[in-house]
Design a protein around this ligand. Structure first.
Ligand SMILES: NC(=O)c1ccc[n+]([C@@H]2O[C@H](COP(=O)([O-])OP(=O)(O)OC[C@H]3O[C@@H](n4cnc5c(N)ncnc54)[C@H](OP(=O)(O)O)[C@@H]3O)[C@@H](O)[C@H]2O)c1
Length: 316
């Protein structure tokens, strides 16, 4: 189905959220540059993607099964492609995890790494030989600002994204030799099913092993603040997909792209002070000592990002 002039793009985790939107936007590319292999671990969840892909379904977009944690599933999917050819790999599949570390089982902790870290490694290992042979390729990873800056109660999720950032940073240098690019897309909060899935998990747990003080500030301080951040700063999955599609279209793709400019000051804190104290203490004080400043900052951001304010300061 893919003609030689089209680039084959394989995307993981397309049943919902950012992955679904990237698949649809690429499949609807006005210049028809892409043939999209939109994968998901459970094909029973393909209805939403089928509906949104419309006329491109089975033309510029094909849906296939792929579970990033299962080597057999990855191999089977790739074996089903002509010459196993993938020009652009988009590693989007990911899972979150929040809560006091003492209350998480090692099995649940490992599951996050199985998807967010080993899942990406699994796919990269499979596509690299072909890309190297052809002397071209692009590997895109949907990372997170939490791959740059750890956030409390997201210890394991942030660690999995830090791990993938280190992996990509190391690979990027060697792969340039083969004309293969790597790009890390680093969104801040995005309003997808991601947050809802986390909240559902949290509501089912009574946090065994965690002390009452930690549980109290997780529930009373962290959860409401996190929700406020999603409401105030959250992007749409369409906006993150648009930023990703732009990076995919670049002749010389950038290595890093933060999709939410409102988040850049937070990640910049880390690089402004190499003792690390500035970012650690700023986050601590904003949450625990100066709660009113935290709310003020979010309301300020809400004002300067609202459409009517932007129209006044940046008239078109
Ligand atoms: N939402 C945010 O605030 C945010 C912020 C920064 C970065 N990100 C990153 O963006 C990516 C997409 O997340 P999203 O916000 O679009 O959330 P989402 O709507 O929950 O999408 C996650 C996707 O990953 C899939 N997935 C999970 N485990 C998988 C596996 N083992 N194999 C294949 N697919 C699997 C899910 O499939 P099922 O439907 O089968 O579960 C789903 O399609 C993730 O890597 C996430 O870390 C999200």
């Amino acid at each position: 189905m893919a003609s030689d002039s089209k680039k084959t793009v394989l995307i993981t985790g397309c049943s919902s959220g950012i992955g679904l939107k990237i698949a649809v936007q690429l499949a609807h590319d006005p210049q028809e540059r892409y043939h999209v292999i939109a994968t998901m671990r459970d094909l029973r969840k393909s209805g939403k993607l089928e509906a949104e892909s419309g006329h491109s379904l089975n033309k510029t977009l094909e849906i296939k099964q792929l579970d990033v944690t299962q080597e057999d599933s990855v191999k089977k999917c790739l074996d089903g492609l002509p010459d196993r050819k993938v020009d652009i790999l988009v590693n989007n599949a990911g899972v979150g995890q929040i809560g006091p570390i003492e209350s998480l089982s090692m099995e649940d902790i490992r599951k996050v790494f199985e998807t967010n870290f080993f899942g990406v490694v699994n796919l990269v290992k499979e596509v690299l030989p072909g890309m190297k042979k052809r002397g071209s390729g692009h590997i895109v990873v949907i990372s997170s600002v939490m791959g740059l800056q750890g956030i409390l109660f997201n210890d394991i999720y942030a660690a999995s994204k830090f791990a993938i950032e280190g992996f990509c940073e190391s690979l990027a240098v060697q792969l340039l030799k083969f004309n293969i690019f790597i790009s890390l897309i680093e969104p801040g909060p995005v309003n997808t099913e991601f947050e809802m899935k986390l909240m559902e998990e949290v509501s089912r747990s009574d946090f065994p092993g965690a002390d009452p003080e930690t549980i109290r500030y997780f529930k009373d301080i962290y959860l409401p603040s996190a929700h406020e951040i999603f409401v105030t700063l959250g992007q749409t999955p369409d906006a993150v997909a648009k930023a990703t599609v732009k990076v995919i279209g670049m002749d010389q793709p950038v290595f890093r792209h933060q999709t939410n400019i409102l988040y850049t000051p937070l990640t910049a804190l880390k690089y402004a002070d190499n003792t690390g104290n500035l970012s650690v203490r700023t986050f601590y004080n904003l949450l625990f000592n100066y709660g009113s400043m935290f709310h003020f900052s979010l309301n300020f951001l809400r004002c300067i990002t609202c459409k009517c304010f932007r129209r006044r300061v940046m008239p078109v």
